[in-house]
Design a protein around this ligand. Structure first.
Ligand code: F6R
Length: 609
């Protein structure tokens, strides 16, 4: 979850690394650090605090260093302090290492190294790495890195420099992403494509247990067994311009407002009206393989897990395929049973979430066909699955996922539709209705966003409440969970999502005039049931904010405040009804003065267990 960046070339590396770190800040932001090679010495600056504070200090730095590494940290082992900030060093301060990931056996290694006389300065797991390299360093750094890697258990993406090799930058990975940027007489290393796009579009994805040696004009990639690897150079199409905030105060708000476009991108070129079906290029499944699918297992974490819950409703209702949902973190450790002909779908915006990556590997190991739904092209999950569907939502920088979630729902609908039509359980007419409704979504999302001011007013009235409930039924129950998660993570206000009918089995005890409830009450065959549940809240003086279908009067008597969303088939309704909840969380967080794009304790991409 930390961000790492490295450079070797002929330009001033301080400003390049600083620019890179700013792009990576969303991956972790409790401390930062740089090491440069200068006149056969290491020059280092590292501090607890935000990267914005680094600018002045780094700008005052001795210039004309052409090779260096930098890091933005999300603490796992050791408090966010100056001393725990990366880079970390060997005893003689000749080798500097930045690390993204976790070293699980660091305590045992630390004891061993301390016994041998190595002096540790920090409380981090990372510091064992430079000491291990020092221990094994005889002739060259590269073989010492390989030997150190063989001792490490856990996940790592590493960038390494040494005073003994002034123009060389090393990288190594296992479990955490690491990408080489190939420039014109300069080379880059980063945990994330975002930090590279302003410099080069040419990238090489390192695979598991690969090590790279970079000079300004060459790259040499090899395995732990010293086999040289010939790797493809990919040209990325990511537009760096789209990484700005577009004049809005936060990435999250920009991304909420981008949804009409990102929804469009999720289905662009994927609607086949002639056959009344969706077409998804990357599935790599034959028709008979698809027809033989008897069950679907959906995996994800956080918001992607909420998308998976809606996926279950979609596959069961539209395609009549039994579907189950698992948290990736639970699935991977319980020796799960996968019945034959179960298709596993791993959902992840970043494509780097460690638990989802491990869960999909476990499913593959058990012989299942695994399909990925990812946003980040070339991410570890996308590459590991080898088959799947991209969201094409564009970079999502705000830590709270918004546009990726609604795109995940579109892609899951397209998949369910594909299975439904292929299996013949959905008639052509219904297929066409669904395609038309999907195509209308961007316009409808625009209509919802036009009402943002109304949501802002509601936030103004409610931001002082310390607790919220969110309730919904059917397809809207996962949206209740998602609305509550959005509020919790960016405003630190406690919120719970509950199936509306479950209230009376316990949570209703919480209701009084100080407990507002957000109710998802769009048109559906169970709206009457939702209304009865809400009446029970009202009878206990609970305040009600309801999300209703435009022109519907059903909730008038029960609601204190209403937000409406346009009509759409019930299985697409979550895509629209989540938008006011994203806005509500955003406006409450800003009323409370919270740092929306960098919520405390969170990082965008959770590459540790
Ligand atoms: C919440 C949020 C997280 C992520 C979760 C999985 O707003 O962003 O809950 O959804 O960490 O991340 P991905 O989808 O990248 O696997």
């Amino acid at each position: 979850m930390c961000g790492i960046v490295g450079y070797t070339g002929f330009k001033d590396c301080a400003s390049i690394l600083l620019k890179g770190l700013k792009c990576l800040e969303y991956r972790g932001y409790d401390s930062w650090g740089f090491s440069f090679l200068k006149d056969e010495n290491l020059v280092t600056i590292k501090k607890a605090g935000k990267i914005s504070e680094a600018e002045e200090i780094v700008n005052d730095f001795p210039r004309k260093s052409f090779t260096g590494i930098a890091h933005t940290r999300w603490a796992t082992h050791g408090f966010p302090t100056d001393i725990n900030a990366h880079p970390h060093f060997d005893c003689r301060m000749k080798i500097a290492v930045v690390h993204n990931g976790i070293i699980e056996n660091y305590l045992e290694l630390k004891k061993e190294l301390q016994k041998e006389g190595h002096i540790f300065r920090s409380e981090t797991d990372t510091e064992v790495i430079p000491h291990l390299i020092e221990k094994y360093y005889q002739e060259d750094i590269l073989s010492a890195i390989r030997k150190a890697m063989l001792r490490l258990v856990g996940a790592f993406g590493l960038a390494i420099i040494s005073t003994d090799e002034p123009n060389i930058l090393y990288g190594a990975r296992r479990g955490s992403p690491l990408i080489v940027g190939v420039g014109d007489k300069e080379m880059f290393l980063s945990s994330d494509i975002n930090a590279l796009v302003t410099h080069t579009r040419k990238v090489i994805y390192l695979d598991e247990d690969e090590v790279v040696k970079l000079t300004p004009t060459s790259f040499e990639i090899s395995t732990l067994k010293e086999e040289k690897m010939q790797k493809e150079i990919h040209t990325i199409s990511l537009d760096a311009v789209s990484l700005g905030k577009g004049g809005l105060p936060h990435f999250m708000l920009k991304e909420i407002f981008e949804q009409p476009e990102s929804l469009h991108n999720a289905f662009r070129g994927r609607l086949d009206y002639g056959r009344a079906i969706s077409k998804l290029g990357g599935l790599e499944l034959t028709q008979s393989e698809m027809l033989s699918v008897r069950g679907i297992k959906l995996l994800g974490c956080g918001t992607s897990w909420h998308a998976a819950l809606i996926g279950k409703y979609l596959f069961e209702e539209l395609a009549r395929i039994p579907a189950e949902v698992d948290y990736s973190s639970e699935f991977r450790y319980r020796d799960p049973i996968l019945l034959p002909d179960t298709l596993v779908i791993a959902i992840s915006q970043s494509g780097e979430t460690a638990d989802t990556l491990a869960a999909m590997k476990e499913a593959k190991r058990k012989g299942a066909k695994v399909l990925g739904i990812c946003n980040v092209v070339g991410s570890s999950i996308a590459r590991e699955c080898g088959r799947g569907v991209y969201l094409h939502a564009g970079p999502e920088i705000g830590v709270a996922s918004t546009k990726a979630f609604t795109s995940q729902l579109v892609v899951l609908t397209l998949l369910a539709l594909l299975f439904a039509r292929m299996k013949g359980v959905m008639a052509r007419r219904e297929g066409l209705i669904a395609l038309n409704a999907i195509e209308a979504l961007p316009c409808l999302a625009k209509r919802v966003l036009k009402k943002a001011e109304k949501v802002e007013k509601i936030a103004d009235l409610f931001y002082r409440y310390p607790n919220f409930l969110y309730v919904g039924r059917g397809y809207q129950f996962p949206i209740a969970l998602e609305g509550a998660l959005k509020l919790k993570e960016i405003s630190y206000v406690h919120a719970e999502g509950i199936p509306a009918a479950e209230l009376k089995h316990g949570p209703i005890a919480l209701i009084d005039e100080n407990m507002p409830t957000v109710v998802l009450a769009t048109e559906s065959n169970i709206l009457d049931k939702v209304k009865s549940n809400v009446a029970e809240i009202k009878a206990r003086k609970g305040k009600i904010i309801s999300i209703v279908t435009e022109a519907s009067r059903e909730m008038d008597d029960l609601s204190d405040f209403k937000c409406s969303v346009p009509p759409t088939p019930h299985f697409l309704a979550p895509i629209l009804s989540v938008i006011p909840l994203q806005l509500l969380a955003y406006y409450i967080a800003t009323c409370l003065g919270c740092d929306v794009d960098k919520p405390r304790n969170l990082a965008k991409s959770v590459t540790v267990e």
